[in-house]
Ligand binder design. Structure first.
Ligand SMILES: Cc1cc2nc3c(=O)[nH]c(=O)nc-3n(C[C@H](O)[C@H](O)[C@H](O)COP(=O)(O)OP(=O)(O)OC[C@H]3O[C@@H](n4cnc5c(N)ncnc54)[C@H](O)[C@@H]3O)c2cc1C
Length: 337
C-alpha cells in the first residue's frame, strides 16, 4: 500500500504543478496515470508543438514544459504509479481514501485530487476492417514524433486542423517524401488559412489532395505498403504508403472516474470554485477534468485550480494549523529529504 498525503489521479501538466504547490505546504503527493509517461495531453498528443500562453514563456514546446514541470516538482519527491488507470475509490473508517488501479496497486491518503484531463482518451478510428493489424506497422492515429516520417510516403486523412496542419508541416519541413491528404468532403472544418495553404501546396504539386474520397482498405505484407481509396467519382484508386495517419480526433471519456459518486455535468466533474472541491469532501478536481461556470480548458487555469485545491487540502488535513502564505522569494524551496 502506497501511503501519502495527497493522491493525484492524472500526471498531466496540472497534476505535476499541483505536486509543487502541495510541496510548498509540506504535503507529499503520489501520482497515478494510465499512460506510461507523465505529461498528459502535452506528452501524448503534441509534445513537439509550441505553446504560446504559458506565463513567462513566450514560446515553449509542450514536451519541454513537461520536462520543466518535472524538474520543478522534483524537490518534493513525488511518487508515481504509471501505466495503470485508477479504477476504484473507497473510504476507510479512518477517513482515508484507498485508490486501487486496474492492476490492483493500492494507494491510501486523506485527500484525492483528480487531474484526469479528458479522461481515458481513444482515437476515433476509421471503419477499415484490418486496421488494427497495421497499428505500429504503418498506421498511427497521433503524430508524436514527426521525424519518424523522414523520407516516407505518408497518407493522412481528415478534414480538421490536425490533418491540415500536419500535412503542411510534413511538406514544408521537407520531412515526408510524399504527402497525400484524403478527405471525404470537398470542404474542410479547419482554419481557413490552413485550408488555403493546403490548396496552394496541392496546386504547386508539393502535396496531393484527394477530396470526396475515403480510405477503405490497407494492404502490405507485415508492414503497410498501400492504401485503397474509394473516390466518389473515380471509384477505387490506390496509393503506395509507408504510413497511413487518420486524424479524426480523440474520443474523450471519463472512464472509471464516472463511477466514483461524483457530481458530473456534460462529461466533467462539477466543482466549487472556492477551492475546486467536488461533492465528496476530501476529493478535489482540477484542470480539464472539472467544470464550472465560465470554465476555460487552459493549462494556466489548471495551475491556479491546483494551487487553490492544495490550500484547502492543507486546512482539511491540519484543521488546527494556520497556514500563512509565504513567497518562494522569501522562503526558497524546502524540498523533502
Ligand atoms: C493539440 C492541442 C493543443 C493545445 N494547446 C494548448 C495551448 O496552446 N495552451 C493551453 O493552455 N492549452 C492547450 N491545450 C490544452 C491543454 O493541453 C490541456 O488544457 C491540458 O493538457 C490539461 O491538463 P490536465 O493536467 O488537466 O489534463 P491532461 O493533460 O489531459 O492529463 C490528464 C491525465 O490524466 C490521466 N488519466 C485520466 N483518467 C485516469 C485514470 N482513471 N487513472 C489514471 N490516470 C488517468 C490521463 O492519462 C492523462 O495523462 C492543447 C490541447 C491539445 C490537444
Amino acid at each position: 500500500m502506497v501511503k501519502t498525503d495527497i493522491i493525484i489521479i492524472g500526471a498531466g501538466p496540472v497534476g505535476l504543478f499541483t505536486v509543487f504547490e502541495a510541496g510548498l505546504l509540506k504535503l507529499r503527493c503520489h501520482l497515478i496515470d494510465s499512460l506510461p509517461q507523465p505529461g498528459g495531453q502535452c506528452s501524448e498528443i503534441y509534445p513537439k508543438k509550441p505553446i504560446y500562453d504559458i506565463p513567462g514563456f513566450p514560446e515553449i514546446l509542450a514536451g519541454e514544459l513537461i520536462d520543466n514541470l518535472m524538474r520543478q516538482a522534483a524537490p518534493f519527491k513525488p511518487g508515481f504509479t504509471l501505466g495503470e488507470a485508477a479504477f476504484s475509490i473507497e473510504k476507510t473508517e479512518e477517513n482515508a481514501f484507498i485508490v486501487t488501479t486496474v492492476k490492483g496497486t493500492q494507494h491510501s491518503a486523506p485527500i484525492i485530487i483528480i487531474a484526469g484531463g479528458l479522461g481515458v482518451f481513444e482515437p476515433r478510428k476509421p471503419p477499415i476492417e484490418n486496421i488494427e493489424q497495421y497499428e505500429d506497422r504503418g498506421v498511427e492515429y497521433i503524430i508524436k514524433d514527426p521525424s519518424m516520417y523522414q523520407g516516407k510516403q505518408c497518407v493522412l486523412a481528415g478534414g480538421g486542423d490536425s490533418a491540415l496542419d500536419w500535412s503542411i508541416y510534413l511538406v514544408e519541413n521537407a520531412i515526408a517524401s510524399k504527402v497525400t491528404l484524403v478527405h471525404r468532403s470537398a470542404s474542410f472544418r479547419g482554419h481557413l488559412d490552413s485550408v488555403q495553404k493546403v490548396i496552394d501546396l496541392s496546386e504547386q504539386g508539393r502535396l496531393e489532395l484527394i477530396t470526396e474520397a475515403e480510405v477503405t482498405g490497407l494492404k502490405g505484407t507485415g508492414a503497410l505498403e498501400k492504401v485503397l481509396i474509394n473516390h466518389q467519382k473515380l471509384g477505387e484508386i490506390h496509393r503506395e504508403a509507408d504510413h497511413f495517419i487518420p486524424l479524426f480526433g480523440l474520443k474523450p471519456s471519463l472512464g472509471p472516474m464516472a463511477n466514483w459518486g461524483l457530481a458530473l455535468e456534460k462529461g466533467a466533474i462539477k466543482v466549487n470554485t472556492l477551492d475546486y472541491s467536488t461533492n465528496v469532501p476530501g476529493i478535489y478536481a482540477v484542470g480539464d477534468v472539472n467544470t464550472y461556470e465560465n470554465k476555460l480548458k487552459l493549462i494556466l487555469c489548471g495551475f491556479h485550480e491546483g494551487t487553490m485545491a492544495v490550500q484547502s487540502a492543507f486546512a482539511r488535513i491540519y484543521p488546527e494549523k494556520k497556514n500563512v502564505l509565504k513567497y518562494t522569494t522569501v522562503n526558497g524551496i524546502q524540498g523533502f529529504a
